[in-house]
Design a protein around this ligand. Structure first.
Ligand code: PGA
Length: 269
């Protein structure tokens, strides 16, 4: 049995006062949560504040990015040891908002080119290995663009990303990784992927994992869905057998809606 997960990705939201307030409201309601692994991923500036709020609760703390070097002249980057010293147990890696599959460093901020931070399949792979080496649990995002879906390339794109992400990762290490299927066109758009279709693609991801790790380990790996998850659609998503939880942006920024998502996940399996 795979324990469901509800992870909130706050992205670039919440100054430290707001982070304290939001984390406190969630911890007051769900600090003793069982039946669901809950993770909050605030911006890096608020990690220490949220760490203090979550201390002694069942809610985990995650970062939104990691750099693979331990320390040195890497302006603006954060290392595994730094994240550990803020109390992180998880780290999101390869979010579509950080990937730059077009090699775009664009002034041209069309929706599909907004991803200008330059993560590639190769850098995602290095970040995953670094996170694992520090016992941080990677939450690895994969997902197709709208144009790729329209061209019928979804399965190929997603399984290619999974293979590249896990290249050279030992099967035993892979077991602790969490994956998130996040169709890019469904992120922050209010447009949710149909639950059956999300379940199908996650099945493709699990089959790809099985090629890498063997079936037994692939059956243990949690795979989340992300992209406009909200109280109105969470039950339908969580009812799907392959969907093990959610990676949530917008709806994680209100304590009330995030707590509803946690409740739905906790009773879903
Ligand atoms: P959203 O974001 O829930 O606001 O669509 C999801 C994500 O980017 O992880």
């Amino acid at each position: 049995m795979r324990t469901p997960i509800m992870a909130g990705n706050w992205k670039m939201n919440c100054d430290n006062d707001e982070a304290w307030e939001l984390a406190s409201a969630i911890a007051d309601e769900k600090g003793d949560v069982t039946g669901c692994e809950v993770v909050i991923c605030p911006p890096a500036t608020a990690l220490v504040v949220v760490q203090a709020v979550l201390e002694g609760t069942n809610i985990g703390l995650g970062a939104q990015n990691i750099f693979w070097e331990e320390k040195g002249a890497y302006t603006g980057e954060l290392s595994g040891p730094m994240l550990l010293s803020c109390g992180c147990q998880y780290v999101i890696i390869g979010h579509s908002e950080r990937r730059g599959r077009f090699g775009a460093v664009a002034d041209d901020f069309t929706p599909e080119l907004q991803r200008v931070f330059g993560d590639t399949d190769a850098s995602v792979n290095r970040k995953i290995k670094a996170a694992l080496s520090y016992d941080l649990t990677p939450i690895v995002c994969v997902g197709e663009l709208l144009s790729e879906r329209q061209q019928g390339q979804t399965d190929e794109v997603v399984s290619g990303q999974v293979k590249a992400a896990l290249a050279g990762v030992e099967a035993d290490d892979a077991e602790s990784i969490i994956l998130a299927y996040e169709p890019v066109w469904a992120i922050g758009t209010g447009e949710v992927c149909d639950a059956e279709e999300a379940n199908r693609v996650i099945g493709v991801i699990r089959a790809t994992l099985a090629e890498i790790t063997g079936e037994e380990i692939a059956e243990e790996i949690r795979i989340l869905y992300g992209g406009s998850v909200k109280p109105a659609n969470v039950a339908g998503l969580m009812a799907q057998p392959e969907i093990d939880g959610g990676l949530v942006g917008g709806a994680s920024l209100q304590a009330e809606s995030f707590c509803e998502l946690i409740d739905a996940a906790a009773v879903s399996k």
